[in-house]
Design a binder for this molecule. Structure first.
Ligand code: SF4
Length: 242
């Protein structure tokens, strides 16, 4: 297999998925949140370890069993509840604003209308909400009970797809999202993109790590444009952080 920087024939993503599946096993959703809960979780998860973000989300859910109450909540109470996440103060100010914006259109508070929108329109609609970017929008669509066809490009996926040459080295996350969505086989559904996300994330967390990827252990060692033969044979490599 030969990756070509910035361009990937549609047939290559299944091969990437299959190699990663062989390495890490199949990935399936064990539980899915409702769309609004997923949106709130995604917003408090930014730049935060998954387990820390999940614990904060659970505390927030317990403090506000009715999410609409977040719109009237004192940001200081929210911040105290999610204080373990990065930028808790900023996120605590964002959440009430988000809920109040959604409450201007009460029929859309549960985000159920996204189930029937074209995926690009749904992404655009979500990214029009305060504080919502490409990653959070795709997470709402793909990770939640909506189970829509969108690939979540978080920092882990972003790093590995650039190193692999699946997208250009300087591609922004939103650009990587667009390129990978365009390259995904037409017959791939939401579950395929869900699995690709988690497989790439596992690769990033366990082998293609930020500073010292273990290329000799990687299923792409023979093909990856970031690796020479010496490294592919097992020598560690230190990459500049990016
Ligand atoms: S070969 Fe190395 S740089 Fe390429 S994806 Fe694997 S771990 Fe990352």
């Amino acid at each position: 297999m030969q990756f070509v920087l910035g361009f990937l024939p549609p047939s290559m993503l299944p091969d990437v998925r299959d190699r990663l599946r062989t390495a890490f096993g199949p990935q399936r959703a064990e539980q899915r949140l409702d769309p609004l809960s997923q949106l709130i979780k995604s917003l408090i998860s930014a730049r935060t370890y998954d387990e820390v973000a999940w614990a904060a989300f659970v505390r927030l859910r317990a403090a506000f069993p009715d999410w609409s109450a977040l719109g009237r909540a004192d940001p200081r109470r929210i911040e105290a509840t999610i204080d373990t996440v990065t930028f808790a103060d900023r996120k605590a100010r964002q959440l009430p604003v988000l809920i109040r914006v959604l409450q201007l259109r009460p029929a859309q508070l549960d985000l159920a209308h996204l189930a029937d929108m074209e995926i690009d329109a749904a992404m655009t609609w979500l990214q029009g909400l305060p504080g919502v970017g490409c990653k959070a929008a795709a997470a709402v669509l793909n990770f939640s009970t909506l189970n829509r066809r969108a690939l979540v490009v978080d920092s882990h996926v972003h790093r590995t797809v650039r190193r692999l040459g699946l997208v250009g080295r300087s591609a922004l996350p939103s650009e990587a999202y667009a390129m990978l969505m365009a390259e995904a086989p037409e017959d791939w559904g939401a579950e395929d993109l869900f699995e690709l996300h988690w497989l790439l994330k596992k690769l990033s967390q366990s082998i293609c790590t930020l500073e010292k990827p273990a290329c000799g252990l990687c299923p792409f060692a023979a093909d990856c444009p970031r690796v020479d033969a010496t490294i592919a044979a097992g020598a560690p490599l230190a990459f500049p952080a990016r």
